[in-house]
Design a protein around this ligand. Structure first.
Ligand SMILES: *[C@@H]1O[C@H](CO)[C@@H](O)[C@H](O)[C@H]1NC(C)=O
Ligand SMILES: *[C@@H]1O[C@H](CO)[C@@H](O)[C@H](O)[C@H]1NC(C)=O
Ligand SMILES: *[C@@H]1O[C@H](CO)[C@@H](O)[C@H](O)[C@H]1NC(C)=O
Ligand SMILES: *[C@@H]1O[C@H](CO)[C@@H](O)[C@H](O)[C@H]1NC(C)=O
Ligand SMILES: *[C@@H]1O[C@H](CO)[C@@H](O)[C@H](O)[C@H]1NC(C)=O
Ligand SMILES: *[C@@H]1O[C@H](CO)[C@@H](O)[C@H](O)[C@H]1NC(C)=O
Ligand SMILES: *[C@@H]1O[C@H](CO)[C@@H](O)[C@H](O)[C@H]1NC(C)=O
Length: 420
């Protein structure tokens, strides 16, 4: 009996870990999404963390990497109209896009290569993100390749992190003549469940890695004496056991959010745990905040800010319509003119809240609002499973390329290039 249920939960677990298709739009909503107070909160948070950090800098004389971060926060603070908030802007047509051809890049998984999977309309490939008071520097592959020389860039998160990882590799491969000099270190194929992928650019001596950790905290077997419906737990007070691999890196980019939904948690028998105690009644929002607290303590104790630039990418909005029983993916051929309320997310708000109390500076890649316009840019029916529609993942080339362009801008050395 007990071994039977173990088998059952093993299956269940495989299923939890292996079904990115069922990514759902989060059902956590707040009564009012008045962005005013949220914005003020964020601004106050940034002010507080700025002064804290300035204090720390005088104490420890942190070098330029960290300084670049603080300069960014200053520009986010300054709302006088002349400063640049790269996350506030709109999409403009630009026929110099896309930045690469997915069919010529071995690191785009088939499911994201929409053109090859039969998508006919092409305008979705031609949009550039235009911040209000500045421009994102035009992608210059050689300068990024040089910037990454001898470095280790690591993405940690779910399939949305994997997409950004694929996008970054393909953007950079356009500047590499000998494509064979770019390879996955273990010869692994890209699959949806794979825990580690590492692509080495051998002529430039850097790697771009991806660690699959959809919750960031440890997923494990249910405790022995728990209710029957509990098949596995998320240990909210323990970071994922592969986290040791994330330590000695130059750029570290996290995400999490898409898996924090009832269907992927309670629906599969996965509940929350802190220490030895099950937290059956805990809400997903509280659990996410607790998990990010664990993540932030880990970053503060394990990450050396002199070496590592840490980013957290906010929630990637999906564009499902219909209700929970009949989810429709009705895409458009052009970006929306309104974000239809998808420009904010409780997950993104939590990221801001947690990050502002940290000792190690973390840059929030607040891609929620800009991605919210892009109902045209999802995989839709042009995936590797043509009879299933997907309004969560994004076509490549596409929106994740823009996330990377913003990443480049926020990395040191690229700030000054933004001007108008
Ligand atoms: C904000 O930016 C403007 C123009 O760049 C500058 O004149 C002003 O002093 C800045 N304000 C603060 C608080 O830094
Ligand atoms: C991408 O590359 C493939 C293979 O080289 C080619 O057939 C296709 O026309 C290219 N697509 C675009 C949009 O350039
Ligand atoms: C490659 O980069 C590593 C750091 O990631 C460095 O230790 C090593 O010396 C570099 N190798 C060469 C040949 O530059
Ligand atoms: C993959 O490569 C890394 C680094 O080269 C190595 O530490 C790891 O053991 C390899 N994993 C597998 C599954 O081969
Ligand atoms: C960061 O660098 C400063 C100055 O070199 C040094 O004093 C400090 O101990 C370093 N911090 C860490 C965590 O290594
Ligand atoms: C899909 O969206 C378009 C434009 O938003 C709308 O006109 C159309 O009725 C929608 N179709 C369905 C099946 O919801
Ligand atoms: C979708 O595809 C699967 C296998 O790829 C097949 O079993 C199923 O019948 C298909 N469903 C529809 C509605 O075509």
């Amino acid at each position: 009996m007990s071994s039977l249920s173990r088998t059952a939960s093993l299956k269940q677990r495989t299923q939890i870990v292996g079904s990115p298709r069922a990514v759902a739009s989060p059902r956590i909503t707040r009564k009012s999404w008045n962005s005013g107070p949220v914005l003020i909160g964020v601004v106050i948070g940034l002010v507080v963390s700025f002064f804290l950090a300035v204090g720390l800098r005088y104490l420890y004389v942190l070098p330029s990497l960290t300084q670049a971060f603080h300069d960014d926060s200053v520009s986010h603070l300054n709302d006088s109209g002349n400063s640049c908030d790269v996350f506030d802007g709109n999409w403009v047509l630009d026929y110099r896009y896309p930045l690469y051809n997915a069919s010529e890049c071995p690191f785009v998984e088939q499911g994201f290569n929409c053109l090859e999977n039969g998508r006919m309309d092409k305008e979705y490939l031609k949009w550039r993100w235009k911040p209000k008071n500045c421009d994102i520097p035009r992608f210059n592959v050689m300068s990024i390749l040089e910037m990454f020389r001898n470095r280790r860039i690591v993405f940690v998160g779910d399939s949305m992190s994997r997409t950004q990882w694929e996008s970054l590799i393909c953007m950079l491969m356009t500047g590499v003549e000998d494509k064979r000099s770019v390879y996955e270190v273990n010869g692994s194929k890209i699959t949806k469940q794979i825990r580690f992928l590492g692509v080495r650019f051998s002529s430039f001596n850097f790697t771009i890695e991806f660690y699959r950790s959809v919750f960031l905290v440890q997923h494990s077997w249910a405790p022995k004496r728990g209710p029957k419906r509990v098949r596995s737990t998320l240990k909210l007070d323990e970071l994922d056991d592969i986290s040791d691999e994330w330590i000695n890196t130059d750029v570290l980019i996290f995400n999490s959010g898409q898996w924090w939904v009832p269907g992927k948690l309670f629906g599969t028998g996965c509940y929350f745990q802190i220490g030895n105690s099950l937290k059956l009644g805990m809400s997903i929002g509280t659990a996410f905040r607790t998990a990010l607290g664990t993540w932030s303590s880990w970053v503060d104790t394990m990450i050396n800010p002199n070496r590592t630039r840490v980013f957290f990418r906010t929630f990637e909005p999906s564009h499902w319509s219909g209700d929970e029983t009949l989810r429709l993916c009705n895409m458009t051929s052009q970006p929306l003119s309104e974000t239809e309320g998808k420009d904010s997310s409780p997950f993104s708000d939590t990221v801001f809240d947690v990050v502002k109390n940290m000792a190690v500076p973390v840059t929030v890649l607040h891609i929620t609002p800009l991605s919210a316009f892009r109902r045209d840019a999802h995989v839709g029916i042009w995936s590797d499973k043509p009879n299933m529609s997907d309004c969560s993942h994004w076509c490549l080339p596409g929106v994740p390329d823009i996330w990377n362009e913003i990443l480049f801008q926020l990395l040191p050395g690229f700030k000054d290039a933004s001007s108008e």
